[in-house]
Design a protein around this ligand. Structure first.
Ligand SMILES: [Zn+2]
Length: 284
């Protein structure tokens, strides 16, 4: 059994076959959390979760790059609506997100976080950082209100994220998804009670082997971040999907010298605990 803790089958890359993709994952023994990056895709993630009796859950939140009014061509082309190429400067509408967050299929608030990487020339960086920080603190308030963990996106901002998590503790903790920091930074998050999400990036060469070796399996969650970040040895450019989380597991198995089944079992148990779900009823 495997657990793709961060997928985006709710994005438009799967608009024609999303249900089939999820069914394929479940048939292959992979549970999935679909993650929203704005209100529309969050709502879609919840709807998907309800289409399946078991094995598919949702996270609802607003990705920090959506807080800016402008264009974000790099990734948005595959999201829910093609008209949303432009980011709308959408904030966190607390009441609307609270309604979604209360849903029994919602297991985390996310993705939310800080992204200092995608600023462009002409951006009012100070104002954007201020807004990202404010919205993250609001998201933490929401997570604590519904007693759920957070699913954190963070790029070029680990120190600021650590500072915010220390000052604004999340009762149910959470995961730093798509972690690309050093093992030392990972340990700081682990000390605060957070898990480390690893995806296809870990399969691109040996840059993260040290991180994989140094971080105990008890703190690792697997994810795909599909449709992006297709893990090796699959072909570059192939649309990623939850089933391919097994390739991420294989990489960790190779580096740690543990069987891939054991990696699947332990990381799924980590996911089950952090998301507070009973998976025993759904034998995958
Ligand atoms: Zn994501």
């Amino acid at each position: 059994m495997y657990f793709d803790t961060h997928a985006h089958v709710n994005f438009s890359a799967y608009k024609d076959d999303g249900e089939k993709v999820l069914k394929r994952a479940l048939d292959g023994g992979v549970f999935v959390v679909n993650v929203g990056s704005q209100y529309s895709t969050s709502k879609r993630a919840v709807e998907y979760a309800h289409k399946f009796e078991a094995g598919v859950w949702a996270a609802v939140g607003i990705h920090p790059v959506h807080l800016k009014v402008g264009k974000f061509v790099h990734r948005d082309e595959n999201e829910l609506e093609e008209t949303e190429f432009a980011t709308k400067g959408e904030g966190l509408d607390y009441e609307k997100f609270l309604e979604l967050a209360k849903d029994e299929k919602v297991v985390a608030i996310g993705e939310v976080g800080l992204d200092y990487h995608h600023f462009e020339e002409g951006d009012d960086v100070a104002a954007l950082i201020k807004k990202q920080r404010e919205v993250l603190i609001e998201a933490i308030r929401l997570a604590n209100e519904v007693r759920k963990p957070v699913m954190l996106h963070c790029w070029d901002a680990y120190d600021d994220l650590l500072e915010i998590l220390e000052k604004h503790p999340v009762v149910k903790k959470g995961v730093v998804h798509s972690f690309i920091g050093s093992h030392k930074t990972a340990k700081k998050f682990i000390e605060l009670g957070y898990k480390i999400g690893l995806n296809g990036i870990a399969t691109y060469g040996e840059s993260y082997d040290k991180l994989i070796r140094e971080v105990d399996l008890r703190y690792i969650l697997l994810e795909t971040d599909c449709p992006y970040l297709t893990p090796r040895p699959l072909e570059k450019g192939l649309r990623n999907e939850p089933l391919f989380v097994k390739n991420v597991a294989q990489k960790i198995a190779d580096v740690k010298g543990v069987s891939v089944e054991e990696i699947g079992r332990i990381t799924s148990e980590n996911a089950r605990k952090i998301f507070d779900i009973d998976t025993s009823r759904f034998q995958a």
